[in-house]
Design a protein around this ligand. Structure first.
Ligand code: 13P
Length: 247
């Protein structure tokens, strides 16, 4: 299975910061997939800027509809048209700040996969849910609801990825231990295989939540962790480069 370092830039970086990122990025020899999702408004610029590098560019969100009267939304077919290759669906900030529920996220996953766009479907428990011993149940529910109706063999290898991002670890500096992350990833693989009959060898599982070069080695060496979805540390080209050397 391929390995992945994926940057989620969220609503950060201007054009000048983007130049700084590229000036310290050294990924020519990287053995992993290297992806970045900038703000939507910067996607065409990033696609131009990344030409000649191994960096692939995606969007942080897509609309569940392909086209039409949906002011302010991002069409998956238009994103593909300009050269974006992947999208995030179900990031915890979309779930909590924009009230995106399982039903909507499921529609987005279907729309993206049907259009041939790669999807990183994000799941993760809140702190209170972990404290109450509900992590496995929450992850199972999010996967079963979000991926409902996705048929085995209905997508190509590597078209669907899952990111486990415990909400309490996102942007907090409090990273999951390698054991906590491995346990959650093993559980996700089991749910995909047993409940959905999806061939899990073809579904990369990424960990996200306060990943940085200083803590990545323990996480990325776990058996069921195929890469990282990185927020803050992906904004700097040298940290991004270091992560690609660790994996
Ligand atoms: P941080 O790496 O900043 O914690 O963000 C993680 C994240 O939300 C990636 O999608």
């Amino acid at each position: 299975m391929k390995k992945y370092i994926v940057g989620n830039w969220k609503m950060n970086h201007n054009l000048s910061n983007i130049e700084d990122f590229f000036s310290s990025l050294k990924i020519e020899g990287a053995q992993c997939e290297t992806w970045v999702a900038p703000q939507a408004i910067h996607v065409p610029h990033l696609i131009e800027r990344a030409k000649g590098t191994n960096l692939k560019i995606g969007v942080q969100n897509i609309c569940e509809h392909e086209k039409g009267a949906f002011t302010g939304e991002i069409s998956v077919t238009s994103a593909l048209d300009i050269g974006a290759t992947f999208c995030l669906v179900g990031h915890s900030e979309r779930r909590s700040l924009y009230n995106e529920d399982d039903d909507l996220l499921n529609k987005k996953v279907h729309t993206a996969l049907n259009s041939g766009m790669k999807v990183i479907f994000c799941v993760g428990e809140q702190l209170i849910e972990r404290q109450n011993g509900m992590t496995n149940k929450v992850l199972k529910n999010q996967i079963l609801e979000g991926l409902e109706g996705i048929k085995p063999n209905s997508f190509q290898d590597g078209q669907l990825l899952i990111a486990y991002e415990p909400v309490w670890a996102i942007g907090t500096g409090e990273v999951a231990t390698p054991e906590q992350a491995q346990q959650a990833h093993a559980h996700i693989r089991a749910v995909l295989a047993v409940e959905l009959r999806l061939e899990t060898k073809e579904i990369p599982l990424l960990y996200g939540g306060s990943v940085k070069p200083a803590n990545a080695e323990g996480l990325l060496s776990q058996k069921d962790i195929d890469g990282a979805l990185v927020g803050g540390a992906s904004l700097k080209g040298d940290d991004f480069t270091k992560l690609t050397n660790i994996i």
